[in-house]
Design a protein around this ligand. Structure first.
Ligand SMILES: [Zn+2]
Length: 239
């Protein structure tokens, strides 16, 4: 299939997915211990779909991510997934991409990866990989996916115990490890490596920006979820 129309169609799908993704992000982007946000806190209107402005359709109050940001990221991720996807694994990649956008924004805003979103990503990826493996007549690949999910999840869980990562990072990493396991162990390792490099680069850039503005540097305080997701996408694109 020609690449340009496929990627253009994916960008359109990404833009169409943005309003419900914004609803998900607004719902889950609440600090630990607070109830989920199903309605606008300013006017009480139920929030399921949100426009690109990121403002409540009822009262125009700001709800969630900044104007255009979710649209830009969703379109870029959809384009990346469409470019990288070949064959029956496209469904699992698309599902991970969509929920990944929501998880990335939620983690960026409130530094948490809600279990319900993580579990939805994990369950969807597992089911869609199983369908893909059966469709391609190679069920054996699922064993590698399972082992990769367990390995990455276990490594990240050690970092959670050491308080270097948040509790949501290991299930997210496990789910992404399982997805990358479809392609092979080198892609699993590549995804982890890319995540570490990208998170490190981001931490250095933030520290440099803080120094330039003569603000105190607050250690390596970066949300890890977006970088696990970005690393996975990078590994799939670069394989
Ligand atoms: Zn409102």
């Amino acid at each position: 299939m020609p690449v340009v129309p496929v990627v253009a169609a994916a960008v359109l799908v990404g833009l169409l997915a943005a309003p419900p993704l914004r609803g998900l992000i607004a719902y889950f982007a609440v600090p630990e211990g607070e109830p989920w946000c199903g309605a606008c806190p300013l006017c009480g209107r139920a929030v399921r779909l949100l426009p690109p402005s990121g403002r409540c359709p009822g009262c125009r109050g700001r709800l969630g991510a900044g104007a255009g940001t979710v649209e830009a990221v969703a379109a870029a991720v959809a384009a990346g997934v469409a470019y990288a996807a070949d064959g029956s694994v496209a469904g699992a990649l698309g599902w991970a991409g969509a929920l990944g956008v929501a998880l990335g924004f939620v983690d960026g805003r409130v530094r948490r990866l809600p279990h319900r979103l993580n579990l939805s990503l994990l369950a969807g990826v597992a089911a869609l990989l199983a369908v893909a493996a059966l469709a391609e007549g190679r069920p054996g690949v699922l064993l590698r996916c399972l082992l990769a999910a367990l390995a990455v999840g276990a490594v990240l869980e050690l970092a959670v115990w050491a308080r270097a990562l948040g509790p949501g990072d290991s299930p997210l990493g496990g789910a992404l490890g399982g997805l990358l396991g479809w392609y092979g162990w080198s892609v699993v390792l590549g995804g982890l490596f890319a995540a570490v490099v990208l998170a490190g680069l981001w931490a250095v850039l933030r520290a440099a920006a803080a120094l330039l503005r003569r603000r105190p540097v607050r250690g390596l305080d970066v949300p890890v979820g977006p970088f696990l997701l970005l690393g996975a996408l990078t590994a799939v694109l670069a394989r």
